[in-house]
Structure formats: C-alpha cells, structure tokens
Ligand binder design. Structure first.
Ligand code: NAP
Length: 314
C-alpha cells in the first residue's frame, strides 16, 4: 500500500465512475488508491452490446470495461482487491476500514459502488437461482440455446437482454406489468421486429416452479383482471431495475427514498470530502457515459478540496 496508508483520494468501486475518477485523480497528481471487492468494470461487464457510449458505435461490454481498466492502469493508479467494511467520516481525515487489510486514512473519498439487481421476492426465485433463474443473460444465456425463456421487466435492461437471448433461445417471453415498455424507442422497435420475442402485457410472475432438471414454468397473474395462468419455460431472467449499493454511506449522508446518495453538482455529499458517483448517486440518467462524467466531476472537485485542505484554508 502506497502513502503509508494515508491518501488524498480513496475511490471505492471500479466501474466506469470509479475508474474515470481514478484517471482524473491521477492526472491531478493526487495520491490515490482504488478499492474493488470483485472484478473491474462493474455492470458493464455483463452487457453484451454497448451502442451508446461515445466513440464506440458498437462494443462488447466486457471489452469496454477492459479498456476502462487498462486506461486507468496506464496512469499507474493503485488498485487494491479489497472489500471496504466501514467508512468513518472525520474532521481531520476520513477512515476507510478494509475487511482484511486494516485501515486507510484519506482526505477524500469517492464512493462508486453502483447497484445490484433488484429481486422479485417471489417463491422459487432464490431457490432456483443458478438452476434456471438468472440476472445476467450474457453470463447464462448460453445454457438456453433452443429453449424457452421468460424475461421479466420492461426497461432498457430487459429489452436489451431479451434481444440478446433471442439470438440463442427458441422463444423469449417478456412479462411486463404494464401495457407499454419503459425501454428506449430504438430498443422497443427492435423488440417488436424480433419474431422470437412475444410480450405478455399487464402480467406479473408470481412464482417460479421447477422439476429435477431446473426451472419448468412460471405462475402468471394478469394485473388487470387478476386471472392466473401457468407458462412453461426453461429459464427466467429478471431485469426489474437496480438497487443502489449505499450500505457504506455514513449516517450524515442524505439518501433518497429509494436509497440513492444525494449530492450537489460536484457529486459531493453533505459530508465535506465525501463524494458519490455513477449509479449510486441520485440523478436523472444512469448510463455508462454519465457514470464516467460523474467520475470526472468528483475527482476534479476532490482534488480542489484536498488542495484547499492542505493549504489550510478549508
Ligand atoms: P428500469 O429502467 O428501472 O426498469 C425496470 C423495469 O422493471 C420497469 O419496466 C419496471 O416496470 C419493471 N419492474 C420494476 N419492479 C418490478 C416488479 N416488482 N415486478 C415487475 N416488474 C417490475 O431498470 P433497468 O432496465 O435495469 O435500467 C436501469 C437504468 O439503466 C435505467 O436508467 C436505464 O435507462 C439504464 N440502462 C440503459 C441501457 C442503455 O442505454 N443501453 C441499458 C441498460 C440499462 P414499470 O415500467 O412499470 O415501472
């Protein structure tokens, strides 16, 4: 660990927001460390196609994440494979407790911990996870070649993943609780043009059933009439949004009703020197490009904060 365990900037999370913050922080000559508990790249890694990141008309999510990672490493950003257990704010410095590597003291912290897939919380979902229930089409779609799958949700993720699954599966059913999709127009057009995809409107999955081979069917309910039905399927892919990973946010930080971290335009929280970026932050659009932009904003603001602090004027 560089800097005797004392840093100017500690970044938690190596998604697009965290890695972008790392690049800007290194360019600002801040003594910086990035802590990541699993793999670099964040949710982008699980995306099959990325078509809306500036400069790339079309790129695989894992390839884009790899480029982000290598770009950050090219600035000699220190990246430590560690899980942060507690973030303790302080007046002089903030303390980051790492599960197995002690503590780090820092002038500033950029939280970039992203979000996790939301669960339906229905019978069978947890029980048959990995036996036909999945939250990642790129990871598990391969197992459903020429099979039938159900995709739950009506947003961009559900639409994109349904299109990906349609390349592999025999039949894809999108089960959506309303009568119109939330997904962007371009994705809606592609969904409607894909013959293998059928949308079951105004319907919810109320239970996932399985036999000895794994998932075998889902119980459906019509949200209008209350009518119930059973649909045979080999797999269930759930894309009903994300919940922010805001567990580390200290008590003084304000969260939205949904648990997103509230920040100002500098991505700074109510605690001076603690910033939040990317999908963790309360904001209008949650995109790769906006996460990267947050990383830039927070790192520049953190550098300014640290310089003022060192100069004794803050
Ligand atoms: P989302 O936009 O929040 O959509 C979640 C979908 O799941 C909605 O259609 C919602 O229905 C449905 N839903 C929520 N809770 C449900 C429940 N309990 N039962 C059944 N259905 C439920 O989430 P997302 O698609 O994961 O996208 C998250 C963010 O990432 C969005 O800002 C999105 O634009 C962005 N994203 C962008 C791209 C891209 O630009 N290519 C790709 C992926 C994600 P309602 O519509 O009725 O609320």
């Amino acid at each position: 660990m560089a800097g005797n365990g004392f840093y100017d900037v500690v970044i938690i999370g190596a998604g697009p927001g965290g890695l972008s913050a790392g690049i800007y922080s290194m360019r600002a000559a801040m003594n910086t460390v990035l802590l990541e508990k699993s793999f670099p790249g964040g949710q982008v890694v699980t995306s099959n196609e990325v078509e809306n990141y500036l400069g790339f008309e079309h790129i695989n999510g894992a390839d884009l994440a790899d480029r982000f990672y290598k770009h950050a490493l090219s600035y000699d950003l220190e990246i430590i494979d560690s899980e942060v257990s507690v973030l303790e704010p302080g007046n002089e410095f903030h303390t980051v407790r790492i599960a197995d590597k002690g503590i780090i003291r820092t002038h500033s912290v950029i939280m970039a911990t992203g979000g996790s897939p939301r669960k339906l919380n229905i019978p069978g979902e947890e029980e048959y996870y990995g036996k036909g229930v999945s939250y990642c089409a790129v990871c598990d779609g391969f197992f459903f070649r020429d099979k039938t799958v159900v995709v739950v949700g009506g947003g961009d993720s559900a639409a994109e993943e349904a299109l990906y699954l349609a390349k592999l599966a025999r039949q894809v059913y999108i089960v959506h609780r309303r009568d119109e999709l939330r997904a962007s127009r371009i994705l809606q057009q592609r969904i409607h043009a894909e013959k293998k995809i059928k949308i079951l409107w105004s319907s919810v999955v109320t239970a996932i059933n399985a036999d000895e081979d794994g998932v075998s069917s889902v119980d459906l309910k019509d949200t209008g009439t209350g009518e119930q039905d059973v649909l045979k399927t080999d797999g269930v892919f759930i894309f009903i949004g994300f919940k922010p990973n805001s567990e580390l946010a200290p008590a003084g930080i304000k969260l939205s009703a949904q648990g997103y971290v509230m920040t100002d335009e500098k991505c700074e929280t109510r605690i001076p020197g603690i910033f939040a970026v990317g999908d963790l932050r309360e904001k209008y659009a949650r995109q790769i490009v906006s996460a990267a932009a947050d990383g830039c904003t927070a790192a520049l603001a953190a550098a300014h904060y640290v310089e003022k602090k060192k100069a004794g004027s803050r």
